[in-house]
Design a protein around this ligand. Structure first.
Ligand code: AMP
Length: 382
């Protein structure tokens, strides 16, 4: 952590499927050496155990042995209202994460398993949870409360939580450093546009609104997720198409968004299709862009003005046409992009707003792993 250099990176994909794959790339002496293992990984435990083995060698080693690891930072998806910041994991914290399973049934159980396995692989390391929801815990009540019976909030914690907090927080800090302006007094909109996508309105470094809701299904149009729809849509699908709750969940989470509209959830492909005259791809892009623009307007109102905007994640960092269309015609809000800067942004952080644009618009590459590592270090040094 002294120079924040990545020693190794990797992932295990398609856990539980026949076509599982592990990639592990070491970065030693200025050289990146990939290692790939294609085989099924039965569960998260098997995947993480294998990562632990690879970190120690023999050909893939970046540490002497597992006791070299001082701390493990875990991205925990749902911290509910219990966690406002990264936290050292003890029994009380484990219990609270367990308590939030009903809010994130797909994510918190594997997170818990990850913690348990990491404890057995790195018994001497401090385990730290960095919550995807924590950055949004500063939302004021009018922004987080749904207008449904109040008891549902009180007794069942139904409310907006927001996600991608690690990324939004990271790019805010990077933007403030780049602009040489304190977060205090700064009104920012951050746009995390990846396969999952969300926006956040940030004032004085505190998040005051965000597009995702109680779950990561709400808000923007995403790769396969619908984002906001009329809450009565599930009744219609059940009544008229005889869909079960499971069917509706699948449709809205996995078969909607860009994929639902035009057949592909890969933005590169959607843009290519639209350019070659594919009608539905064009429509999908129109819907995608319109939703973003609507939230820019909403957040400019919520923030009572706007000083800067930040694009990040796969699409935000790499798709000039999406950034251009999201900002086009918003001169009345003080937003003007420079076409050339937007088309070929520099490496690292780059400014894409036009000379004289009242709102400064940046592209900031996100790095959630680095942020988790920084937060982990910060917590254990406290
Ligand atoms: P992420 O979830 O942050 O990895 O982002 C994934 C999304 O970024 C996918 O929809 C990709 O198609 C999209 N993406 C990555 N590179 C590009 C690019 N050069 N142009 C447009 N979209 C891209």
């Amino acid at each position: 952590m002294s120079d924040e250099r990545t020693l190794a990176e990797g992932m295990v994909e398609k856990i539980g499927e026949e076509t599982g794959a592990l990639t592990h790339e070491t970065h030693m002496n200025g050289e990146k050496t990939p290692f790939v293992e294609k085989r099924p990984f039965r569960d998260h435990r098997e995947g993480l155990m294998r990562i632990g083995e690879l970190l120690g060698g023999p050909e893939t080693a970046v540490i002497g042995d597992t006791s070299d690891i001082g701390a493990v930072g875990h991205r925990v998806v749902h911290g509910g209202e219990a966690f406002h910041e990264p936290t050292i994991i003890d029994d009380r914290v484990l219990e609270a994460i367990r308590d939030n399973i009903e809010l994130a049934p797909l994510h918190n159980p594997p997170n818990l398993l990850g913690i348990e396995v990491a404890k057995s692989i790195f018994p001497d390391a401090v385990q730290v949870a960095v919550f995807d929801t924590a950055f949004h815990q500063t939302l004021p009540m009018p922004a987080f409360l749904y207008a449904i019976p109040y008891e549902l909030y009180e007794k069942h914690r139904v409310r907006r939580y927001g996600f991608h907090g690690t990324s939004h927080a990271y790019v805010c800090e990077r933007a403030s450093a780049y602009l040489e302006t304190s977060l205090e007094g700064l009104r920012l909109i951050t746009l995390h546009l990846g396969n999952g996508a969300s926006m956040a309105a940030v004032k004085d470094g505190k998040c005051i609104d965000t597009t995702m809701g109680m779950t990561p299904l709400g808000g923007l149009v995403m790769g396969t997720r619908s984002g906001d729809v009329d809450p009565a849509l599930p009744f219609f699908l059940a009544d008229h198409l005889d869909m079960s709750l499971g069917d509706i969940d699948r449709v809205l989470n996995r078969e909607s968004g860009l994929k639902g509209l035009c057949g592909s959830n890969d933005m590169r492909e959607v843009i290519r299709m639209a350019q070659s005259g594919h009608d539905r791809a064009r429509i999908a892009l129109d819907v995608y862009i319109y939703r973003i623009r609507k939230f820019i307007g909403a957040y400019a109102a919520a923030l009572e003005g706007l000083d800067a905007m930040v694009f990040t994640a796969g699409i935000g960092e790499n798709a000039p046409t999406i950034r251009w269309r999201a900002c086009e015609g918003l001169g009345h809000l003080g937003i003007a992009l420079d076409r050339a800067r937007n088309t070929v942004p520099g490496k690292g952080i780059s400014e894409i707003s036009a000379e004289g644009s009242r709102v400064r618009v940046l592209v900031v590459p996100t790095d959630e792993e680095l942020r988790i590592a920084q937060e982990t270090k910060r917590v254990i040094e406290k």
